[in-house]
Design a protein around this ligand. Structure first.
Ligand SMILES: Nc1ncnc2c1ncn2[C@@H]1O[C@H](COP(=O)(O)OP(=O)(O)O)[C@@H](O)[C@H]1O
Ligand SMILES: [Mg+2]
Length: 296
């Protein structure tokens, strides 16, 4: 088997240490797995792939560790295999698109209503849709911006006033409203899936917040998940076309699993700290196997 060459594509502007830890884990696994990984920023590539690229300059694959969907699409248009695919990243990045894709595939999610579109400067000049959503979802109600991570753009509206205030504050950014799965308050399971298999799972728990994200002060511990949880997480990944992902699974009534959201670029350093499992190696192995199978 020849050594595979890949570009690890990272965002040009995000400088947080948290992200560099992930890149370094991927680069270290590249060395271990005999995969040559070259770091490329989104700005580098913007111009590099603009000029005619020789076949010999092309890598065997792209490991796309960003959400720059336009760039991912351009790389795919050049015939390069991109992991995760531009479409899968797009579906995960936008929680409204995620919920629609999962619903269409019959993967259980909380009851969800997407807010209708409005425009900057216009906002919501009437609140009929909020009152209708209240009838369907009740209070407390989860409100989520379509784009967000680390729990930072996820809110709980306890009553109509809070819901109105949130809608005004979010203004023209897309958002959804969701049934609050109270059984899961402050706890959920992060299931890491690579190549259709569950690799490592953690129970996340926060006493002081309905959101279990570690960034909000949640804690985690390794767990063995149920077959039902594993199956639902894998079905969610398949529905979204993901090669690898971190799936958030809520506890519904009678512990029935419900998909909360799916992350196409999971922050797996915490998984490693908690479980000792380094997902980066699994991801690279999966990519190499996929490329080999495609060739065969
Ligand atoms: N419908 C819901 N019912 C109960 N808890 C929820 C619901 N949606 C989200 N949460 C909690 O909020 C956290 C953050 O929401 P999530 O959709 O995962 O956004 P983010 O992308 O910011 O992590 C989840 O991990 C979960 O603990
Ligand atoms: Mg989450």
């Amino acid at each position: 088997m020849t050594m595979k060459k890949g570009w690890l594509v990272i965002n040009s502007f995000v400088k947080h240490n948290k992200f560099y830890e992930i890149y370094n884990m991927l680069l270290a696994s590249g060395v271990k797995k005999n995969v040559e990984l070259e770091l490329k920023t989104t700005t580098d590539l913007l111009f590099e792939i603009g000029s005619a690229m020789e076949e010999t300059e092309k890598p065997d694959f792209i490991l796309f560790w960003d959400k720059d969907i336009y760039l991912a699409q351009r790389l795919e248009a050049l015939g390069l295999p991109v992991f995760n695919s531009a479409r899968a990243i797009e579906l995960c990045d936008n929680k409204i698109l995620t919920s629609m894709a999962l619903e269409a595939a019959g993967v259980r999610i909380p009851k969800t209503v997407a807010a209708p579109k409005t425009y900057e400067g216009t906002g919501y000049s009437n609140r009929l849709f909020l009152d209708r959503a209240e009838e369907i979802l009740g209070f407390p109600m989860v409100v989520k911006e379509a784009y967000g991570s680390f729990g930072a753009q996820v809110y709980l509206a306890k009553n109509r006033e809070e819901l109105y205030a949130l809608a005004d504050r979010i203004h023209h950014k897309p958002f959804l409203m969701q049934e609050f799965v109270s059984e899961s308050c402050g706890r959920d399971v992060r299931v890491n899936v690579v190549g259709g298999k569950v690799i490592a799972s953690m129970m996340r728990h926060n006493e002081n917040d309905f959101r279990s994200n570690l960034t909000n002060g949640g804690s985690m511990k390794r767990i063995e998940i149920t077959e039902q949880q594993a199956e639902l997480a894998c079905r969610a990944c398949a529905a979204l076309g993901l090669d690898f992902a971190g799936v958030d699974v809520l506890f519904g009534p009678e512990d029935e699993p419900i998909i909360c959201e799916v992350n196409s670029n999971p922050h797996f350093k915490t998984t490693w700290e908690c479980t000792g499992v380094d997902l980066s190696g699994y991801i690279l192995e999966h990519i190499v196997n996929t490329l080999e199978n495609r060739r065969a």
